[in-house]
Design a binder for this molecule. Structure first.
Ligand SMILES: [Zn+2]
Length: 746
């Protein structure tokens, strides 16, 4: 199964040029998720009694028996008083053969994925110790392991991928990123048919004369436990160079499967240029005295192992993402997995930096828009609340996309040059460079470089949830000359944490004399700004640079979403609803009948300004009114006296009541009154027929309103005059028809 999955992932990566490095990084990192489930008890964050100074791994990897054997040295300094025992994290399936402390053999016990070691003396703060642990066995687990025995094209392929909790699957380690070793050696012994790629500089290749050779890799820079790695197969090697000065260069060593090197050369050749771009924006490449490199491995993603990224494919954005980790992730490592955005958000932003360098601002804007779309799906805070779940740590929408967007938003606040000053100052800050960091460390650098208090920004975006949903509205008035007052209202939908977002918001104002951008500091849920501006504002664009993760809509001053009237015995119940209100003093309720003009019958106070839906009602007592049709409308009045009318609604007092009454007087000479009532407004005829059925007059022929009606018929004015006699009159409206008889006597 693993081979099929692996093949499919590579295929997808190859086909989808647009797939982001973020996605691929997630793929690689979450494939170890299943394996992690068996460790209910995570010994995190390691033994706090000592500070690791140095690791040396001297391991033989046997691809035939799929086992490892060897020893791991750790030099460390005690940081707590009265220490007689320390522990390393090491999974139980690995068998410990012997342990030495400062050169002397010592006793040890195994706990739950722990190796407890007696120090044979009581050590205090500042004391140093060195241990060597001899062990062997089958590392990690089968399947999606942190230590994988696999194959490619019939050749053995072996790799490690420890992040976040997998280092102890294959070596005794203080399994927390909080404690980096100052340096590390990694000696790897394998069959001479295989080449082991690892971190740092290759110091020597020793032929052991027994069909094996030993590659001696050395990391002289500090390195986190999960970034120590090896990747082993019959690699083909390709080297290009990053020229960091006119006379100096650093090798970039690519270890690819022999069958796939040629087809990837074009992609690999993009690496030096990317390093140049990052060096310009983030500061010099952090491991300049060693190397950068890629080691192809069997998963369709990437893992930023220090100086030697493991790669399942070689898409632009995967190369960019993993390379950015050398600054953010490897040089500066998140102190714990709660702050993983300092790795993944930054590396995601690195993709944007490369995109902008290659494709300009438009390319960058498109990249950010895509990340924002993902970021809006983020659930929970960027600061990872549950770090026992790998999916929670490596959540694409949250740690990657929203984390990257946070940097974009910071850039929007401080501007381009200050932003990159912050990025460089952070990567070079002695408090965190080649060490570990929390969000607060980055915040301190951002504040110190920008001179701004950014606590609101980090609190709401890193520890808060969601994003602002803005509404805005503006009006203008002439102050004097060509100076105008721009009245701007910004409101936000209610959020939980934070209740609302505080952000500087840019507004583009279009004017005949040219566009201008003004910035307002929006720090309440509903806020009104008056801004004096030269030249008449013609239109306004909210956050024209898309610097804020948000939604935005323009407020309709008073948006009436429904208005209806309902007859209930002797009262008419009027109900209406607003979606938004700006400056709304209230509503006059106005009424008219078929025969009267509009009159105000009441007033209901408005809510001033709100984006919350509001329901209103008004009761009109009509018990004293004669039967008629009634019409209602609302006159919405602003505090400044502006007003507008709603649509008209009407009420039929006797709905569905059709009737035709006997004419009066009857008999008549020459005129008579015919009363009738219509249940509904509609096309209506009232016609007069003689006894032979011949139509002699049309008294009504057209649209009539619902309700009571009356017509006076004058027989003397009928065409040619009517003879005395019996006549029939028929009312027809819709499906209603009724006939009555009348008598004309001259
Ligand atoms: Zn990443």
């Amino acid at each position: 199964m693993k081979t099929i999955v692996s093949f499919l992932l590579i295929l997808i990566t190859g086909l989808s040029y647009a797939q982001s490095g973020r996605d691929e990084c997630i793929i690689a990192k979450t494939q170890r998720f299943n394996r992690l489930q068996k460790f209910a008890d995570i010994n995190y964050p390691g033994d706090s009694k000592y500070d690791v100074k140095y690791y040396k791994l001297d391991l033989a990897v046997n691809h035939i028996t799929q086992t490892i054997s060897g020893n791991v040295t750790c030099n460390a300094e005690i940081v707590l008083p009265g220490v007689t025992e320390i522990y390393y994290d090491l999974t139980n399936p690995l068998i410990v053969d012997s342990v030495f402390v400062n050169g002397n053999i010592t006793t040890f016990t195994r706990g739950s994925n722990k190796l407890n070691i007696a120090l044979n003396s009581t050590l205090n703060v500042g004391d140093n110790f060195a241990t060597v642990v001899y062990y062997h066995g089958t590392p990690g687990s089968s399947g999606f392991g942190s230590f994988e025995f696999s194959s490619q094209n019939g050749n053995p392929a072996i790799w490690t991928l420890s992040e976040p909790y997998g280092a102890k699957d294959w070596w005794p380690v203080k399994d927390t990123p909080a404690d980096k070793a100052d340096s590390a050696d990694f000696w790897i012994t394998v069959s001479t048919s295989l080449i082991p790629a690892s971190n740092g500089k290759l110091m020597a290749i020793v032929d052991n004369g027994n069909g094996t050779h030993t590659y001696k890799w050395k990391s002289s820079y500090p390195i986190a436990q999960y970034l120590l790695s090896m990747a082993i197969t019959n690699y083909a090697q390709y080297t290009n160079y990053y020229h960091y000065s006119p006379t100096d260069s650093m090798p970039i060593n690519h270890f690819l499967y022999p069958g796939s090197l040629n087809s990837n050369i074009t992609q690999l050749n993009k690496t030096p240029g990317m390093i140049e771009i990052y060096a310009e924006h983030f500061g010099e490449y952090p491991f300049i005295n060693e190397k950068y490199g890629h080691a192809q491995f069997g998963w369709g993603g990437g893992m930023e192992h220090q100086t030697i990224t493991s790669m399942g494919g070689f898409s632009d954005m995967l190369i960019a993402h993993e390379l950015a980790h050398m600054w953010y992730g490897d040089k500066i490592t998140c102190k714990d997995w709660h702050h993983i955005w300092l790795n993944e958000g930054f590396a995601t932003y690195g993709e944007g930096v490369i995109t902008e360098a290659w494709y300009g601002k438009t390319g960058y804007d498109n990249f950010i828009a895509s990340e924002m779309a993902s970021a809006k799906n983020a659930v929970g805070s960027i600061w990872v609340q549950d770090i026992t779940q790998v999916w929670e740590i490596f959540n694409g929408n949250r740690s990657y996309a929203k984390g990257g967007v946070v940097l974009h938003m910071l850039r929007g606040i401080v501007g381009d040059s200050v932003f990159y000053n912050i990025m460089r100052a952070y990567s070079e800050d002695p408090n965190v460079a080649y060490g570990v960091a929390t969000t607060e460390d980055f915040q301190a650098v951002a504040e110190s470089v920008s001179g701004l208090d950014l606590n609101y920004f980090f609190q709401q975006w890193i520890y808060g949830e969601n994003y602002p949903k803005y509404h805005s509205w503006y009006s203008k008035s002439l102050i004097s000359g060509n100076t105008w007052n721009l009245s701007l209202l910004i409101t936000q939908d209610a959020n939980t944490n934070p209740a609302f977002f505080t952000m500087p918001v840019q507004i583009k104002v279009t004017r005949a004399i040219g566009d201008t951008i003004i910035t307002v500091f929006n720090n309440s849920a509903s806020q009104h700004f008056n801004i004096a501006i030269e030249g008449e504002p013609i239109s306004m664009v909210f956050d024209p640079g898309n610097w804020i993760l948000k939604t935005h809509s323009t407020i309709v001053p008073v948006e009436l979403t429904s208005f209806n009237a309902e007859l209930n015995n002797d009262v008419v119940n009027l109900n209406w609803t607003t979606a938004t209100e700006v400056n709304n003093q209230g509503f006059e309720i106005q009424r008219k009948s078929s025969k009267s003009n509009w009159a105000t019958i009441g007033f209901t106070e408005g809510r001033g300004t709100t984006t919350e839906q509001t329901n209103y009602s008004f009761v009109d007592d009509i018990s004293a009114m004669t039967q008629t049709n009634l019409y209602y409308r609302l006159k919405q009045i602003d505090f400044n006296g502006d007003f507008s009318y709603s649509d008209v609604v009407n009420v039929f007092l006797f709905p569905d009541d059709y009737s035709l009454t006997q004419n009066y007087p009857n008999p008549f000479n020459p005129s008579t009154l015919i009363k009738f009532s219509l249940g509904k407004t509609g096309y209506t005829t009232l016609k007069l027929y003689d006894v032979l059925g011949k139509e002699v007059a049309a008294l009504v022929n057209g649209e009539l309103e619902a309700g009571p009606q009356e017509v006076t018929f004058d027989a003397s004015s009928a065409t040619g005059g009517l003879p005395s006699g019996t006549y029939f009159y028929t009312l027809t409206s819709g499906s209603y028809t009724e006939t009555r008889k009348m008598m004309f006597l001259k």
